[in-house]
Write a protein that binds this ligand. Structure first.
Ligand code: FPP
Length: 243
């Protein structure tokens, strides 16, 4: 648990968003099937929640399954769903023990009913926990989220609940799946890819990005600390001209 680096006096990002990439390559390097890489990735998630909490991060949001991931081979999709199913089940037991508040973002209706039930149960069971806020993006795509938000806003305009002239950036934020989360301060993507892949496009407008070649299953506390140190080295100006 103890870290390698001393983060004393450093600014700790309040919300860290992660694109957990490289499970497949991790498995391939070990001549293992891809599913073993995802399994190792799920272990890394459990570990990093604890480490993030220990470092003082208040919100952690991970990209577990994208709207595009349905295009993977059927066998891999069902293995990922099985892993998520098991994970959600364990999570129900662990969230209260570890004081974790769990949320799921993404479009749920395409998920199997038992998974939807588990998500609802988990969100309800952990809603009063005030330790780390852990959010899983599941069947999530940022463009899909924005389209769903626009539909809801249009409907509320039609129903006279809001006036189109009153729509602000805050209105849009409040219709997104992340309405009760602050925007991320730091976005980490593992495994060397430097793309957003339809992740939190609206929410990442002012976020610092950190890319590392480390494959997700190998991403541990030391790697998280390196990301926090890099975050501290950046000059966060929010678009203002520096003095
Ligand atoms: C990307 O690796 C990873 C995914 C598509 C799935 C992420 C899922 C997990 C880490 C496990 C389950 C999650 C939770 C919350 C328990 P890749 O397969 O694209 O790797 P590659 O680019 O090396 O092929």
């Amino acid at each position: 648990m103890a870290g390698k680096y001393d983060l004393t006096g450093m600014k700790i990002p309040n919300h860290v968003a992660v694109i957990m990439d490289g499970n497949g390559r991790w498995a391939k390097k070990r001549m293992l099937p891809r599913n073993m890489g995802h399994r190792a990735g799920a272990k890394a998630v459990e570990n990093i929640i604890e480490e993030a909490h220990d470092i003082g991060i208040k919100y952690l949001t991970v990209y577990a399954f994208s709207t595009e991931n349905w295009n993977r081979p059927e066998q891999e999709v069902s293995a990922l769903m099985k892993l998520l199913r098991n994970y959600l089940e364990d999570c129900i037991k662990n969230a209260n023990k570890n004081n974790i508040r769990v949320r799921v973002i993404g479009e749920r209706s395409r998920l199997d009913n038992d998974i939807i039930d588990r998500i609802n149960e988990l969100e309800e069971a952990s809603k009063n926990n005030d330790g780390i806020n852990f959010t899983i993006a599941l069947n999530y795509g940022s463009r899909d989220e924005i389209v769903r938000a626009i539909r809801k806003i249009s409907k509320d305009c039609e129903d006279g609940k809001i006036n189109s002239k009153d729509i602000t950036e805050e209105t849009v934020s409040s219709y997104l799946d992340t309405s009760d989360l602050p925007d991320p301060d730091l976005m980490i993507r593992t495994s060397g890819e430097e793309r957003l892949s339809n992740y939190l496009l609206w929410q990442l407008a002012y976020t610092e990005f950190y890319f590392t070649d480390v494959l997700w299953p190998d991403f541990d506390r030391e790697e998280l600390e390196k990301a926090v140190i890099k975050f501290n080295e950046r000059d966060r100006r929010f678009g203002k001209v520096s003095e």
